[in-house]
Ligand binder design. Structure first.
Ligand code: NAD
Length: 450
């Protein structure tokens, strides 16, 4: 049976694709394995040029890729343009990283000791549907820069930009077999990549549940893994914060991408002394979010990815809400922006909703805020709003997440490390840290005895 790719804003089929099974996965790995020795041997300056060319090709096709992403994910076109811009920036960054990923020389007696950064071989990259091409690029950039060849498995729901990327990589001059795109179910193609003896590493972004399977499956061949998993990030608003700014920024931090964002600040913690005031500002700001046709220029939020996912999101909202927005009538997997008051141990405050639903939770003081923020199995991202610089630093150090922002909800930049603590995963993407995740340190001692 073919894979039917659907536009979530129209519920119409936009592509029908063959599904890769175990055989196709094995063939993709074999192609990547055959291409590895030559790709690894490409002179660093030439690999730099090829990746820079790839960044340029992405830029030239930016509008096409953005429109393709919007039609497949239902995200606003402005968001897709921003994401494709980041994809190009990622390849610009890692084109420059090729020649800057140095080894060391270490003082030892009797000779010279040095380290090299060796590529791993064939790496399997498994990505989710919420930021399809952008998250793929975070793995492709450092993988290719380090000299690995890749098999990229996009999510079944959103394979279109990955497939187009595979063509553009060839147009940019990357040799055949260096980038292989595999469209198939996670339970078949993904599982096969995880246990395949010729795959040296799995770079995985997705749910914590599947992340556990990746880690368990990889153990048979001692594969390296990077896991970027779920989140339940806290947006902590202290009484001394610029409340207008914090409230104006909060909706996009949880309703952006219709809440289908691992970094979504889906727990809004507000100091009790300003709770009512902040809530009034927050609900007013939530009411201004423009929900509708993803292709319209002023749309800020589109539909959810699928009908099944909408049911899951809806299952979290059973009682009274503080705010509930409106959605377009007609086709599309719409779900309104929703604010719910919650206690820290409520299901809605503990589990990842992955939809436009925020739990608003009052807190008493700094210690209480840190306790609630850390009362989660996740530890991906978060924000702290305060005018007290010392408090900002104390709380930033005390919250157990991999990425934090102060007086801002922005935590993703090409040049800075991104990744989780606790059950949000491990390993770091972006920045030079990602280069460490796609290479191995080799130590060589050379005797200088005559
Ligand atoms: P998912 O875990 O269901 O799927 C992710 C990918 O894994 C898909 O390509 C899927 O086909 C594949 N997969 C599924 N089952 C598999 C298996 N048994 N073996 C191998 N591969 C398998 O996640 P999703 O629903 O696509 O995405 C949503 C999740 O991703 C959320 O939990 C979200 O928080 C997380 N996410 C995390 C980050 C991050 O950087 N931490 C970023 C985006 C999304």
């Amino acid at each position: 049976m073919k894979l039917d790719v659907v536009n979530p804003a129209t519920e119409k089929s936009i592509a029908q694709l063959e599904r890769a099974g175990v055989e196709e996965t094995d063939r993709a790995v074999a192609r990547a394995k055959a291409a590895y020795p030559a790709w690894r041997a490409v002179k660093p300056a030439d690999r730099t040029r090829l990746l820079r060319k790839l960044a340029g090709v992405i830029e030239e096709h930016g509008e096409e890729l953005a429109r393709l992403e919007t039609s497949n994910v239902g995200k606003p076109l402005g968001d897709s343009r921003w994401e494709v811009g980041m994809v190009a920036d990622v390849f610009h960054f890692y084109s420059g990283a090729v020649e800057k990923h140095y080894g060391e020389t270490i003082p030892v007696s009797g000779g010279v000791d040095m380290t090299f950064r060796e590529p791993l071989g064939v790496v399997g990259l498994i990505v989710p549907w919420n930021f399809p091409l952008m998250l793929a690029s975070w793995k492709l950039g450092p993988s290719l820069a380090c000299g690995n060849t890749v098999v990229l498995k996009p999510a079944e729901l959103t394979p279109l930009t990955a497939l187009r990327f595979g063509e553009l990589a060839l147009d940019a001059g990357l040799p055949e077999g260096v980038v292989n795109v595999l469209v198939g179910p996670g339970s078949v193609a993904g599982e096969r990549l995880i246990v395949h003896p010729d795959v040296a590493k799995i770079g995985f972004t997705g749910s914590t549940e599947v992340g556990r399977r990746v880690m368990a499956g990889a153990s048979a061949t001692i594969k390296r893994v990077t896991l970027e998993l779920g989140g339940k990030s806290a947006n902590v608003v202290f009484a001394d914060a610029d409340l207008e700014r914090a409230a104006a920024a909060a909706p996009s931090a949880v309703f952006g991408n219709a809440g289908q964002d691992c970094c979504a600040r889906s727990r809004i913690l507000v100091q009790r002394s300003v709770y009512d005031k902040f809530l009034a500002l927050l609900t007013a700001a939530a009411g201004r979010v423009k929900v509708g046709d993803p292709e319209a220029p002023d749309t800020e939020m589109g539909p959810l990815i699928s009908a099944g996912h909408r049911d899951k999101v809806a299952s979290f909202v059973d009682g009274k809400t503080l705010f509930r927005g409106t959605v377009p009538a007609g086709p599309g997997y719409w779900y309104p922006c929703t604010l719910v008051e919650a206690r820290p141990d409520d299901r809605i405050a503990q589990e990842e909703v992955f939809g436009p639903v925020a739990a608003v939770i009052p807190f008493e003081d700094e210690a209480d805020a840190v306790r609630i923020a850390n009362d989660s199995e996740f530890g991906l991202s978060g924000s702290i709003w305060t005018r007290d610089g010392a408090r900002a630093m104390r709380v930033a150090r005390a919250i157990d997440t991999g990425v934090l922002s102060v007086n801002s909800n922005s935590s993703v930049r090409v040049a800075t490390p991104f990744g989780g603590m606790k059950q949000s995963g491990f390993g770091r993407e972006l920045s030079m840290h990602a280069m460490d995740g796609y290479s191995e340190v080799k130590n060589v001692f050379m005797s200088t005895d005559g």
